[in-house]
Design a protein around this ligand. Structure first.
Ligand code: OAD
Length: 257
């Protein structure tokens, strides 16, 4: 394993351009279920077509809203884990570090990551389902059946997250694509790498010459193309990555005794 760490850290001088793509796996150790893990994944227990599409919201807004309110409540009761914190620390040490996440839980920011490209939106925000603009909860009008309506047009508010069949936020996606094309090292962490377009980012980075590292307890469709793989939980692997990084790069820029 040390040889694999040496290979990875050799590609990570402080001057490297680094992109990290995260998925639900990085929040698993905080207590937020993933989507596709058998038994425990959300989509093993709930039908996304009934809860996470615009059609589902049009058909039964209360059901969809309440499901997201439940997820918000669950999110309020958890904290970032050691994996989130290690990524925040890496960002402090590598100036050209870009964090891209598919997660909507906001835990990266809470852990101290200064900038996060959120590809699938954010659970804490709401937007007008007609005008597509973000509306503060404090400004929303409560409806009779416990939902919230837009103060401008009266349409229902919905969570500002990307549902199946919807486009990703344009700026976030184009920024992530640009960074994937430019980076020296691309990490795919805790994602099953099956949901497009995020799943194409590691492939794109690799095509453009990046060194591709995967961190995941399981194999994924991109495992075969990874230049280095660490099988394990991100809450354990990422702090170890940080430790290995410090050993390699901080000892060289020490006080020079
Ligand atoms: P998935 O549930 O598809 O995949 C989670 C991945 O995390 C799997 O590959 C697991 O092996 C891995 N994993 C589990 N526990 C882990 C741990 N402790 N440390 C590291 N990895 C672990 O989640 P995503 O790939 O994020 O989209 O799913 C992508 C998108 O599909 C989500 O953003 C969501 C979902 O539908 C929307 O809601 C738009």
């Amino acid at each position: 394993m040390q040889a694999e760490w040496d290979k990875i850290t050799a590609h990570l001088p402080p001057s490297a351009r680094v992109v990290v793509l995260t998925g639900a796996g990085v929040s698993e150790e905080s207590g937020i279920p993933t989507f596709r893990d058998p038994q425990t994944g959300l989509w093993a227990q709930y039908d996304p077509m009934v809860l996470a599409t615009a059609e589902a919201f049009a058909r039964d807004p209360k059901l969809v809203w309440d499901w997201y309110e439940w997820r918000r409540e669950a999110r309020r009761n958890v904290q970032p884990n050691a994996g989130h914190r290690a990524l925040a620390e890496l960002a402090q040490n590598i100036p050209q570090f870009v964090l891209v996440t598919q997660n909507i839980d906001g835990l990266h920011r809470l852990a101290g990551s200064p900038e996060v490209i959120e590809l699938h939106g954010n659970l804490q925000r709401n937007k007008c389902s007609r005008e597509n603009v973000v509306i503060d909860r404090a400004r929303a009008r409560p409806t009779e059946n416990g939902l919230l309506a837009c103060p401008n047009c009266g349409a229902l508010l919905r969570p500002d997250v990307v549902w199946f069949g919807e486009m990703l936020p344009r700026e976030a996606l184009s920024c992530a694509i640009g960074e994937a094309e430019r980076c020296d090292v691309f990490f795919s962490v805790g994602t099953s790498a099956v949901v497009e377009p995020a799943a194409s980012l590691p492939r794109l980075a690799k095509q453009y010459g990046a060194f591709l590292v995967e961190i995941n307890p399981r194999e994924t469709p991109i495992s075969g193309m990874a230049d280095a793989t660490v099988h394990g939980k991100s809450g354990e692997v990422l702090p170890e990555l940080m430790r290995q990084w410090r050993l390699r790069w901080l000892k060289q820029s020490g006080p020079g005794e």
